[in-house]
Design a protein around this ligand. Structure first.
Ligand SMILES: [Cu+2]
Length: 339
């Protein structure tokens, strides 16, 4: 039973991979039509953003934080497009290691073993080769082996699997930088409660504009979610209309964004870079056109970006709080006049 399920899983994986390989081409055709009317608006927004501050969007590194096009000329592009993206978080590296060094070998060995058994039975025990069938019904040794071996295999898989599950539920530390991602039909909004309530509205760039900027089509956005690298982030997700999901494959991060609910998860990006993702919950007609682009910057550059957005770093809250004391002034005035 166990081995049959494994084969079924493998077949499903293969079918899924084949399906996945076709998606970009279909999506691109649709995008060309769907995004055309928004082009002017997005252009205007991005130009306004560019003139605001000293921050210049980071150029993405080819093959990092983005899927690989199987049709590209890069060596090994086809193989790379069939598996996971390179990982840039500890959990991602752990999970991908588990996939590459435990799950895939186990699946392969079991599949080949079962295939071998089937071929052996077909050749050795067909009616012609074996006219008088054996009446054997039980073999204690074989029954013990085919019970114990699958148990051992499952335990071998369970240990790293449960470890990974526990790691993914790790609570963000108190000093983590909070960023709240809100899903809208059909774009993302990012707010920074620790940084003077900066709000970033992030819309997909039209295909030709993305290509002009050297970014992957369908994944590039006008305003990215900018975060510090190497620092624990408390990513919160919610939605304003329907359920969306905030997912970035190269960071091993996926979390539902549900209206009326605040989900929270720890994310620590190991190194600076641009990491692309997509909404991963069917959320309506433009579900495919609300990509996510995270730009992880060294902490000093992140602070500069915060300044450019008109926000403040947590240490500078004293300055920001100064005008608030003026609000208290009328009471003081009242006290003074009462004397
Ligand atoms: Cu969505």
């Amino acid at each position: 039973m166990h081995t049959r399920m494994k084969i079924a899983t493998l077949a499903a994986l293969a079918a899924f991979a084949a399906l996945f390989a076709q998606v970009p081409a279909v999506a691109q055709d649709a995008a060309a039509q769907a995004t055309a009317p928004d082009a002017g608006m997005i252009e205007a927004v991005s130009e306004a953003a560019a003139t605001e501050g000293s921050y210049t969007p980071m150029a993405p590194t080819k093959g990092k934080g983005m899927p690989t096009d199987p049709r590209s000329d890069e060596p090994g592009a086809m193989a790379k497009s069939l598996t996971f993206q390179d990982q840039y978080t500890d959990n991602g590296i752990y999970a991908l290691g588990m996939h590459d060094y435990i799950l895939l070998p186990v699946i392969t060995v079991i599949s080949l073993f079962v295939l071998g058994l089937l071929l052996y039975v077909i050749v050795r025990f067909n009616r012609r080769a074996n006219p008088v069938a054996s009446k054997t019904t039980h073999n204690t040794m074989i029954e013990v082996v085919w019970t114990i071996v699958p148990v051992i295999i499952l335990v071998v898989i369970a240990v790293p699997s449960i470890t990974l599950l526990a790691r993914q539920y790790e609570t963000p530390p108190a000093e983590a930088v909070t960023i709240k991602a809100t899903g809208y039909q059909w774009y993302w909004g990012y707010t920074y409660p620790d940084h003077g309530e900066i709000e970033v509205v992030s819309n997909m760039l039209p295909e030709d504009e993305a290509v002009r900027r050297g970014e992957p089509g369908q994944l590039a956005v006008d305003n990215r979610m900018v975060v510090p690298a190497g620092v624990p982030l408390r990513i919160q997700t919610t939605a304003s209309d329907v359920i969306h999901a905030f997912a970035v494959p190269s960071l091993w991060f996926k979390m539902d964004a549900v209206p009326g609910r605040l989900n929270e998860k720890l994310l620590t990006i190991k190194e600076p870079g641009v990491y692309y993702g997509q909404c991963s919950e069917l959320c309506g007609s433009r579900h495919a056109y609300m990509p996510i682009a995270i730009e992880a910057l060294p902490p000093e550059e992140f602070a500069a970006w915060v300044k450019a957005q008109g926000g403040s770093m947590p240490g500078e809250e004293a300055e920001a709080a100064a005008p608030a004391s003026e609000e208290a002034a009328p009471e003081q005035v009242a006290l003074l006049t009462a004397r």
